[in-house]
Design a protein around this ligand. Sequence first.
Ligand SMILES: Cc1cc2nc3c(=O)[nH]c(=O)nc-3n(C[C@H](O)[C@H](O)[C@H](O)COP(=O)(O)OP(=O)(O)OC[C@H]3O[C@@H](n4cnc5c(N)ncnc54)[C@H](O)[C@@H]3O)c2cc1C
Length: 402
Amino acid sequence: MSDLEAFRAEARAWLDENAPDGVRGMKADELNGVWGGKRCEFEHPDQKVWLERMGAKGWTAPTWPAEYGGGGLSKEEAKVLSQEMKALDLPPALIGFGLTMIGPTLLRFGNEDQKQQHLPKIIRGEIRWCQGYSEPGAGSDLASLQTKAERDGDEFIINGTKVWTSYADQADWIFALVRNDNSGIKQEGITFILIDMDDPGVKVSPILLISGKSPFCETHFTDVRVPVENVIHEIGAGWTVAKALLGHERTMIADTFGSSSGGTRKPGERSFLSTLAVERVGERDGKISDPVIRDDVARMEMETKAFGLTTQRTADAAKAGHQPGPESSMFKLYGTELNKTRMELMVRILGPDALGWEGDGFDEFALDTTRDWLRSRGNSIEGGTSEVQLNVIAKRVLGLPA
Ligand SMILES: Cc1cc2nc3c(=O)[nH]c(=O)nc-3n(C[C@H](O)[C@H](O)[C@H](O)COP(=O)(O)OP(=O)(O)OC[C@H]3O[C@@H](n4cnc5c(N)ncnc54)[C@H](O)[C@@H]3O)c2cc1C
């Protein structure tokens, strides 16, 4: 037996023994996955047990070094682990910006103290992170940000406002871009800093969105004192860190939205979309009865499958610690547009049921789908708009003149 096959047998046995019944078959996406943190609420008590066991083994971050509490697995072993989790129908024990964004950034740019302080807590799901990039007046043009960081001895005093901070109301820490110097070009004088959300000068106010499912917030900083040791990389060199983190964010968004729920799970099994279409639209001769819906479901499944296979390589590489390049913009663009099309198709399949907002006349699935459809409109804005991704692809992938 090869080492990898031995690892497969060992991983399967461990997973089978340690996965509590309550998490088996559970779907974990952005809305019902476990994000960890001090305010974490578990839908099912077994999710807590699952997080504790996986976190202790380091398998929430399989390829991160064991010295920080990670699994220390090779890229190939991590892939095997993920395959075995799929085979046993197990959800990830933990999701969130700690694992997908700030963790990989700390591994690359953080100093030893910063890694020791934060990585083990991320892996065990003890802290939850949010992202303080966008500001009123600095979204696509992120380098125009104006949140001010003034040096005072060993501290920075931070003042300003961030906007669209997803889940700021539940986060323990925020990784933020602040301006420490206005004298050069706008990409200079930006610092990437970690801020404890418990500081009394941090205030969070929610923003309501049309979907009614809004985790978005404005985050205000008033004279927030942050130790200089919380700066990642170098003071004034935050733009480099910011861009690297955006690569991770775009890969994560593409991965999350591009490959969700459309494809066939196992050979011979009906896919989720096709089952839904049969249930809601009807079946004739073993096929979805409406030929237009049938055609669209088939196209969506092929596109999802093709996209999933393409992104799998990048996702595997990212899990193995490789830095995403400008191709993350291609995946982000395609994956989010794919999710929007998928949600539109689901709404068409539901027909008049998708007109419901609340009340007894509609089932829970239809109500959720309507809100998810509205939420999906933001997919091509968050993490950089589709137009901005097209600019990146033109310039950095195709080498077209700016
Ligand atoms: C669901 C969601 C979650 C988010 N979560 C977070 C978060 O957690 N943390 C955070 O910091 N931010 C977050 N954001 C903010 C997000 O990153 C910004 O909304 C995004 O970068 C766009 O910025 P903007 O809204 O200021 O739009 P603008 O930059 O004002 O853009 C307006 C329009 O102009 C177009 N445009 C702008 N510049 C160009 C250009 N150069 N070429 C072509 N077209 C252009 C844009 O594509 C867009 O259509 C989130 C946004 C959404 C929708």
